[in-house]
Write a protein of this length. Structure first.
Length: 428
């Protein structure tokens, strides 16, 4: 394996499509290309126009490609949290050779056994996430390889989504001319790195406030235990401002970004700005405090819906509190408002990489980090990369420092690779 690995993530959101190209070197992520294009063809997290979505993907990919002067071939795809179901799965196998250590092949076989869950015809698997392994009578093992035993078990979480939802996303990526390297649930990948180890252990909610939807993902005992999507996001705030201020949507979005403040008590009455009025040549003047009332009212409604979800799932009172991310999380005062509404500790998660230091890039960046983490786990006892026998992630347009990157020998397939093989017939 080369010391330098290229990972490309694709985050298909309701208001924007993000493509990030990163070089991973000695566990360090270096962002080298970023594409961010406006979404068309997606409503509330679901694809409603395949051709329009394909064009949005191509625009985002093209932006990222132009930054590095290379062509992208394969991507790590994030699946949104809407219509997702988490269910328990268990696999049991006999160890191949009872006189030697448990191998990666044994791990693959027990994951395959856990995968054999009967699903309704309208659902498809996304990920199988091991919670812990058991070797004979010893449980709570994170990595059983290298241990001696005759019986290997795994307790895992199977993540599924609707067949229609998955089919539409995969079809769009395929029509955009891209090959899928890995598929991961976005809330799973985002929470793995947006939350600290202590937060994931104690019980914490990651709230990703996007353009048209808000994704809630709850982690406890280092596992994703719940994921849900609320159809309210930043676009609702923009529409409210447009209606109340009687100004075009583009102006309302600009006002939200430049003057918006989520916490009414800290908004300024002295900061005044002009707003063009629809159907008139005049402009009206408003203060930051005035629009803060509009913004906070919509966000308070969102937090009430989040509290309702907490109560329905019996998740209230998580000691780790709440971590905010997503595009709306950069609004001034949103942490204070969240703290008042949810009555818990709050912090904002932002990627700390040059070029993507905005909460809206949390999912796209962490898809890369999660994919690398998975590859590193399966590579640990093999001495080689776990990758598909497909063309490299980047096809060069001109000579560069990546010319010496070669494809490793193809090892045994992991669960995610086998799952993608099953999807080939599904897409045809």
């Amino acid at each position: 394996m080369s010391e330098k690995e290229i990972y490309v993530s694709l985050d298909i959101g309701s208001t924007s499509v993000k493509c990030i190209i990163s070089k991973v070197d000695d566990d360090a992520v270096h962002v080298i290309g970023v594409g961010n294009a406006k979404s068309t063809g997606i409503r509330k997290g679901s694809i409603v126009d395949i051709d329009a979505t394909v064009q949005s993907i191509k625009r985002a990919v093209d932006q990222a490609e132009r930054m590095i002067g290379m062509s992208i071939h394969k991507v790590i795809l994030g699946i949104p949290g809407n219509q997702v179901v988490l269910q328990d799965a268990k696999g049991i196998v006999a160890v191949n050779d009872t006189n030697s250590d448990i191998t990666t092949d044994d791990v693959y076989r027990v994951l395959d056994a856990a995968e054999m869950i009967s699903l309704s015809p309208d659902r498809e698997k996304i990920n199988l996430v091991p919670r812990y392994y058991t070797v004979d009578s010893v449980s709570d093992i994170k990595d059983p390889r290298g241990m001696l035993g005759i019986r290997l078990e795994v307790d895992a979480t199977m993540i599924t989504t609707t067949r229609t939802n998955l089919h539409n996303i995969l079809r769009c990526v395929e029509k955009a001319g891209l090959v899928i390297q890995d598929i991961y649930l976005q809330p799973l990948a985002a929470g793995e790195f947006a939350l600290t180890d202590d937060e994931k252990s104690r019980g914490t909610t990651l709230i990703d406030i996007g353009g048209e939807t808000t994704t809630i993902s709850v982690f406890k005992e280092n596992q994703l235990i719940h994921a849900a999507v609320i159809p309210v996001g930043g676009e609702n705030i923009t529409k409210d401002l447009s209606i109340v201020l009687r100004t075009p949507t583009e102006q309302a979005e600009r006002i939200k970004l430049e003057y918006g403040h989520a916490y009414f008590n800290e908004a300024s009455e002295n900061e005044v700005f002009e707003v063009p009025v629809i159907g008139a040549d005049t402009k009206e003047q408003y203060s930051q405090r005035y629009i803060s009332e509009i913004i906070s009212t919509r966000l308070e409604e969102l937090f009430e819906l989040i509290l309702d979800e907490f109560y329905r799932q019996n998740l209230s009172g998580l000691p780790g509190g709440v971590v905010l991310t997503g595009g709306v999380a950069k609004l001034d005062g949103i942490a204070q408002l969240t703290r008042d509404c949810l009555q818990t500790r709050v912090r904002i998660a932002t990627p700390q990489y040059i070029g993507v230091r905005e909460p809206e890039y949390t999912s796209a960046v962490n898809l890369i980090r999660y994919a690398y983490l998975q590859d590193a786990f399966y590579r640990k006892y093999e001495g080689q990369s776990v990758q598909e026998d497909v063309p490299p992630a980047i096809v060069e347009d001109s000579p560069s420092e990546y010319e010496q990157i070669t494809e490793p020998q193809k090892p045994k397939e992991s669960f995610s690779k086998k799952f993608k093989g099953l999807l080939k017939g599904f897409l045809e």
